[in-house]
Unconditional design. Sequence first.
Length: 469
Amino acid sequence: MTHKIFNTIAFRLALWFTGIFAICSGVVFVLFYLLATQTLKAQIDQELLDNASKFSAVINRNGLVGARELAVLEAQAAGEKVIFFRLVYPNGEVFASSHMSYWQKVHVSKNALKNLIIGNNNVFETIVIPSTGQKARILYSFVAANAILQTGIAMDSYTRFLSAFKHVFIGAMGFIIIFSVVAGWLLVRKALSGVKAITKTAQNITGNNLEARVTGTGKKDELDHLAITFNSMLDRIEELVKSIREMSDNIAHDLKSPITRIRGFAELALTHEENLEDYRGMASNTIEESDRLLDMINTMLVISRAEAGEGDFKFEKTDLSLMINEACDLFMPLAEDKNLEFKREIIKDPVYIIADIKMLQRVFSNLLDNAIKYTPENGRISVALSLNTRELTITIDDTGIGIEPECFEKIFERFYRAESSRTSSGTGLGLSLARTIVRQHKGDIIVKSRQGRGSVFVITLPYNNLEVI
Ligand code: ADP
């Protein structure tokens, strides 16, 4: 469970959120701390300098005796634990001071005197008073030609302020970290709640339940777009699953009839004692049905291999007008049997293209077969081949039963047969194969039709389509 939480985006974002928040507030606090210490120190230094000038003025006016008195009085006024004054000669010998019982462990620094004599006007030091452990700020300054003032201020309030500041800082940081963890976690969880809904919907979808959809936020944000995309993906999957189901139902149905008939013949042969001629008839019927089955299976294989780009096509230079004429010659007798008028408008000259002739023959056989099959007696069929510089157009026009507009695309699907044509024999694979073959030649096939008035199948192929080699 804990492992799961660590892996969540919400946890990682909350962590980042907290880290960034903590670093930013840390930097702000440190800057503020530095500024506060500098300001306080500057204030103390100024106080020490003011005292030094006061001493210079008194010495100027009243001599060293005045300075002695001033030291005692000033220290008493401010508090003897707060401030001290010591007057020393440049060699370090003390000649006057305020009451020093609190400050007795604070000595005159030889280094500071040396620095002062070298030429520095004022020398500052921060020391720790050995007896109390308190910090103090010390100033050494010339107040007369042969008198140096050593004065110090206890930094109690300064230290207290900084330690209070540190406590506030630590408390505030703790609060900020806890607040940003909780706030970050809640905010990120709220922002990602849409993703959770999508995951839940995806989990609910099983093979049988493809109807579930995600409810969008309606705010046109990223999650709303994700929900819309996810839903349209589901629509597409639902459509595909439906068509696969329909197709497998159709396959089962179409395979069932010939197999039932084959079984019927075999049963008849077993149960009836017929003469040899009857057995021969039954065997030939069985072969015929088996061939139909094999043909269906082979056609399915050709379609799916070609669709997968693994079709066994042999492209070579082919005279299209010759091939169409030959196909028409082949189907002429069938049309005559139904008393159909058969018109041709095919270019006389050879029209060379690069194609798989056997495959294209299957296309035309199928289209001509359909035109004859779905046109009632005394109707008309026309075949035309025309070309312009870029493409070839072949039309197969009939005055047959026609096709409903909503079936214009469906008839090219595997096993689809329109309701009106169920009485005629067929597998529903012919047009699917035709479209696959034509598309392998970089062309296309479409249908235009009016129900009860006839249909026109139009094939377009690129002319001089040498690129298909
Ligand atoms: P089959 O003809 O074996 O049923 P096809 O794939 O060749 O399969 O055709 C699919 C469906 O398209 C047919 O069942 C029929 O409903 C419709 N169809 C095809 N050609 C025509 C046509 N010329 N006139 C009317 N309907 C047609």
